[in-house]
Design a protein around this ligand. Sequence first.
Ligand SMILES: C[S@@+](CC[C@H](N)C(=O)[O-])C[C@H]1O[C@@H](n2cnc3c(N)ncnc32)[C@H](O)[C@@H]1O
Length: 363
Amino acid sequence: MKHLMFYCRSGFEKECAGEIQDRATQLEVFGFPRLKSNTGYVLFECYQQGDAERLVKELDFKALIFARQMFAVAAEIKDLPREDRISPILESLSDMEAFPRCGDIRIETPDTNEAKELLKFCRKFTVPARQAMRGKGILFPKDNPKKPVLHICFVAPGHCFVGYSLSSNNSSFFMGIPRLKFPSDAPSRSTLKLEEAFHVFIPREEWDERLAPGMWGVDLGACPGGWTYQLVKRSMFVHAVDNGMMADSLMDTGQVKHHQEDGFKFEPARKNVTWLICDMVEKPSRVAQLMGEWLISGWAKEAIFNLKLPMKGRYDEVLEDIENLKLFLIENKVKFQLQAKHLYHDREEITVHLRCLSNISPY
Ligand SMILES: C[S@@+](CC[C@H](N)C(=O)[O-])C[C@H]1O[C@@H](n2cnc3c(N)ncnc32)[C@H](O)[C@@H]1O
């Protein structure tokens, strides 16, 4: 196989392509991206046969910022007949030795407005396609989340890409998007950004320990309180820092202390903070630096924050800010884990998770 498909937010194909090209080159896999603006996906064509299998394994999906999903493409099929769309797909896979037996099937579309109609078809098509794939042994008889995932991505009616991703190196979500329901008592829609960040950055089995009741959090740029709400909902206590107004419903819980101060100057009186969260609309380089200072000082153990993207040079800005933050932490001998993602609920921003792994805290 020579091709890979990547999903991204519509309008960010250039950033996604630039990033893949850089990462593939670092792995000494050479090729070029094919993209069309506002399609919500990028194809990467490797020069060498077999390199798609290599990349789908070796290109660390977690390290990609702009890609929501990636899979190796076995076939592109056009003009599928309306009366039998399944047979040509089965045929395209039947004589492919390199195609692994899969444990799950996802029939998807890129995430664009135009594809919404197609998505209805995808849902209907899933059951018969699954049965047919099982019949031919392309899928295991039962769902198995540890095995590769079979992707059939429809980019237009009758036009799809068929391939696979590895469950150890992909997004576990359909179309790479966690489906979250807006909690009706949350004070702002941006609450979903932080909830999605928890789903993407923190393994579910670690939630009880890392998002535990009784922990303290600091929310910089908190108003009206969508992010604070996520911590309060998990029975945490929050210092909410912002000159604006916090939602009464949050203040009434008794779990929130509102500080009408500048987030760049705030220092917690007691150094018992686990979570630092920050959604201030500010220059991304300033925010990244501030997050680094908090972790280096041992004022927080984990941080989730937004970096607002500039109008131009979005990929370069993000790379530079993250690189500078990493250097700053390394120079100060902080061991850390960092992951950045353009989340589904992010628009002109990306979300970063930073976790301190060295025990440098003074308390
Ligand atoms: C996008 S809103 C935050 C929304 C919030 N995360 C929520 O879910 O409801 C950005 C907030 O950052 C605050 N802000 C911007 N600069 C700030 C600063 N230097 N210090 C504190 N707050 C700041 C603004 O007042 C605004 O309320």
